[in-house]
Ligand binder design. Structure first.
Ligand code: PFF
Length: 473
């Protein structure tokens, strides 16, 4: 327990004594030290591979600007209400995922939402740690100054050679997962907290710098138009599903993450502003990542629909053409790894906390069991890039299936259940109480009505409409 509390301190840079007991079910429940602490916690979970790796390649596969506009619409109309609904459940109940529903709706079956969240986290972590492993490998390559020369073929071959091979990606996946598990078990080391606090803003600065370089490359014009001029002819119902799934994945919604963190938020924090700030930071970061990748993709003649390898092919090429690119590459992949770790730790924590609570396991044993499970599933994901590429379920490789099932299915179902629960099951008074801190916050009635309207009608209807479209496809 102590290790776990320390872990949070390390990751999120909050005063250790304020949360030492936050996962200790037997002790009095404590809370995050400050609103800033919880904001950094949520941003750490939200900003990760979803922004730097998944968003750019989905953008490339789904027609650019039109995808961005649909994505932004979903963040505002569906993502934000779901996030606030999760905040309401978490803070109201002061309990973790499954227990939160049991506490707010005793004797009902709503606890199943928590179980779905855990299953979703298992699927996500399985492929997330494979991509995290790619990040580790690329950091190693950057340190060896492997990105100082080469054209798009060189980097494309480098990536496909690596990702389709058997052992190296498996080792990297194992290392990434071990790092994640190690931090969850062992907790903080002095000084690392400071390092993390410096690295996240640095990641922002580096990505902004790369975006500027990318947008000023010769031949970047078509890439910039691709980002800012929507071509609606490319939009299909798949585009909507992909944009919605990405909004959920990037904001860490529908998988019980926000519920868990919100349960540590103090009663006097303004959850509306916390939710809005988290969503804004995550979205701005994704957009900057898009500006960093797309213009370079066009400038170097790479196909925007390249898929999951996109970032690993384009960025090394930008680095190879930049002054001091070799050094920037090291910083970038280090920061990417750190951003991935702060997210993967939060995903692992949801599963481990569930095992401890539901199966009364010890923390170390829970981490060990989950580690083995995720490593095996991750092996399947990794091999599906190479030797198992032809093994398909519903026409998808295992890697794609896990990604699709989590982001485009389970997270959306989780989100739907959450907004229905808050909008229709939980009493109106409870909801108002949480949003206004029991009337202590003077918020405009118009804002409150809009939020409730979004939670009760807009978000559920949008989610149901997307589901119906899919079934009819
Ligand atoms: N939001 C993270 C990212 O963009 O990389 C991924 C993620 C974290 C998904 C936590 C789900 C979750 F519960």
């Amino acid at each position: 327990m102590l290790a776990n509390a320390r872990l949070y301190c390390y990751i999120y840079g909050i005063q250790e004594k304020t949360i030492l007991t936050m996962t200790d079910q037997t002790a009095k429940r404590d809370s995050f030290g400050s609103s800033f602490g919880v904001l950094v916690a949520l941003a750490g979970s939200a900003v990760g591979l979803g922004n730097l790796w998944r968003f750019p390649y989905l953008l490339g596969q789904n027609g650019g600007a039109a995808f961005i506009l649909i994505y932004l619409g979903f963040v505002l109309l569906v993502g934000l209400p779901v996030m606030l609904a999760e905040f309401i459940i978490g803070r109201r109940s002061q309990a973790s995922a499954r227990a939160a529903f049991r506490k707010l709706a005793p004797g009902s079956r709503w606890g199943i939402t928590g179980v779905l969240g855990v299953i979703c986290c298992v699927l996500i972590l399985s492929f997330y740690s494979v991509v995290g492993g790619w990040g580790a490998e690329y950091l190693y390559k950057a340190v060896c100054f492997d990105f100082t020369t080469g054209d798009s073929n060189t980097f494309s071959n480098l990536f496909s050679g690596f990702s389709t091979s058997v052992w190296r990606p498996l080792i990297c996946h194992g290392i990434f997962l071990a790092l994640t598990a190690g931090i969850v078990i062992a907790g903080v080391k002095n000084g690392i907290e400071k390092f993390s606090k410096v690295m996240m803003p640095l990641l922002f600065l580096i990505v902004i710098g790369i975006a500027v370089r990318s947008m000023t490359l010769e031949g970047s014009g078509p890439g910039i138009s691709y980002l800012f001029k929507p071509d609606w002819s490319k939009v299909t119902s798949q585009t909507f599903l992909a944009a919605l799934g990405q909004a959920f994945f990037s904001l860490s919604l529908g998988a019980c993450m926000v519920i868990t963190y919100a349960s540590y938020v103090k009663k006097d924090a303004n959850i509306i502003s916390l939710g809005a700030q988290t969503a804004a930071a995550d979205t701005v970061f994704a957009l900057i990542a898009g500006c960093a990748i797309m213009p370079a993709v066009f400038a170097f003649g790479i196909a925007p629909g390249e898929g999951p390898g996109l970032v690993f092919i384009t960025l090394p090429q930008i680095f190879s053409q930049m002054p001091l690119g070799g050094v920037v590459a090291i910083f970038f992949f280090l920061a990417l790894l750190l951003a991935a770790l702060t997210s993967s730790i939060s995903i692992l924590e949801v599963i481990v906390a569930f095992c401890i609570e539901e199966f009364k396991m010890k923390r170390k044993a829970a981490v060990a069991v989950v580690f083995i499970l995720i490593w095996i599933l991750g092996v399947l994901c990794s091999l599906s890039m190479g030797p198992l590429a032809d093994f398909k379920i519903f026409g998808k490789t295992i890697f794609d299936l896990f990604d699709f099932l989590s982001a485009n299915f389970l997270m959306l179902i989780g989100g739907l259940l959450v907004v229905i629960f808050v909008g229709w099951r939980l009493g109106r008074k409870e909801v108002y109480d949480e949003l206004t801190n029991g009337g202590g916050l003077k918020l405009s009635p118009w804002l409150l009505k809009t939020i409730i309207f979004l939670i009760r009608f807009v978000a559920p209807l949008a989610l149901i409409a997307i589901a119906v479209f899919q079934i009819h496809e």
